[in-house]
Write a protein that binds this ligand. Sequence first.
Ligand code: ADP
Length: 336
Amino acid sequence: IQRIAVLTSGGDAPGMNAALRAVVLAADHYGIEVIAFRHGYQGLLDNEYLTMKPKDVLHVLQYSGTIIKSARCQRFKEESAATEAAANLEALNIDALVIIGGDGSFRGADHLANHWQGQIIGVPGTIDNDLYGTDATIGYATAVTIAMDALDKIRDTADAMDRVFIVEVMGREAGFIGLGSATAAGAERVVLPELQKDKPLTVSALVKHIQRVKEIRGEGSYVMVLSEHQWPGGAVALAEQLDAEYDLPCRPCLLGHIQRGGPPAPADRILASELGVHAIELILQGKHRVMAGMRANQCVDVPLRDTWEKKNPLASNLLRIQHEIFNPVKKNPRMN
Ligand code: ADP
C-alpha cells in the first residue's frame, strides 16, 4: 500500500475532522501517502483533490464540519459515475479509499466497489447513530449533548410559565437523538420513529397525557421531544393544532442544524481518533468493503452491506425506563 484517498460524504457530523486527522496521522505513521477528495463523491468525479500531510490536519479535531467539505451527489448513483470514479482512482494510483459518512455514503461506496479493485473502508460519521455494527457513530454524542442542552434551556422558561413545549430533534428514521436527549433531560414524552409504526401519536392521546400530568403535578411545564418527520408539518403544526383545537397553549422549538455544530464532544473526538486509525490498519490487513466500528470497546470490522441492511435497535431498557418508570402517568403500577 503506497497511496490512499479519503473523503467525507453526505450529512456532516461533529468529529469528521477528528476522523480525517486520525486517517492522515496513521497513514503517515505507516509511510502511506494520502490524498483527500473535496466535496465527497462530487470531488471524486471532478478530480478535485489535494495531498494531505500531518501539518494539514493540525488543530482541526476541535471543530465540527469538515475541512475537506462534504456534499450530496445524486449522479453518483448512476453506473457511469462509478466507472468514472474508478478510472480517476486508477489514474491516481490509489490503492484504497476511506469514506467517512453515513449509510447513504456507504451505499455509494458499495456501488463503487462493483467497479473498482481497490480496497474500500467506511468510517461511520453521522449524528443519527443509525448504522449497524458499531455501538455509536461519530457525531451522535455531540448531537445528543446539544439537544440535551437545548432541552434544559427550554425547561427553564417552560417551567417559569407552566408551558407546554414540543422540541423537534434530528435523527432521520432513527430515534437515537430523540430517546437519548429526552432521557438525559427528563422530557415528559418522546415520539420516536421506531415506535410510530405500531403506536402512532394521536393528538387526543397527547392532550390527555398533558392534562393528566398537569393534574398530577398541579403546575409546571411539559416538554415533549418529537423526532423529525414523525408529524406532518412537524413541531410547528402540532403546536398550532394543540393551541387552536384544544385551547392548550403550546410552543414549538426546532433545533435543526444547531445539532451538528460547535465543539465535538470528547466521546466523538476519541471515537473518531480510534476509528480513523483502525481504518488504516484494516487497509494494511487487506480488508475490503468493511466499516471500521467499535463494539464494547473493541475495534471491529463489519461488512459494509450489513451497516444498512441490518438494524441498529434502540436500547430497549432505556425505552422501558422512559415510557414506564419515568412516565408521570402510571398505567398499572405494581401490576407485576
Ligand atoms: P449519508 O451518508 O449522510 O447517509 P446521503 O444519504 O445523502 O448521506 O448519501 C450521501 C451520498 O452518497 C449521496 O449524495 C450519493 O452521492 C451517495 N449515495 C447514496 N446512496 C447511494 C446509492 N444507492 N448508490 C450510489 N451512491 C449513493
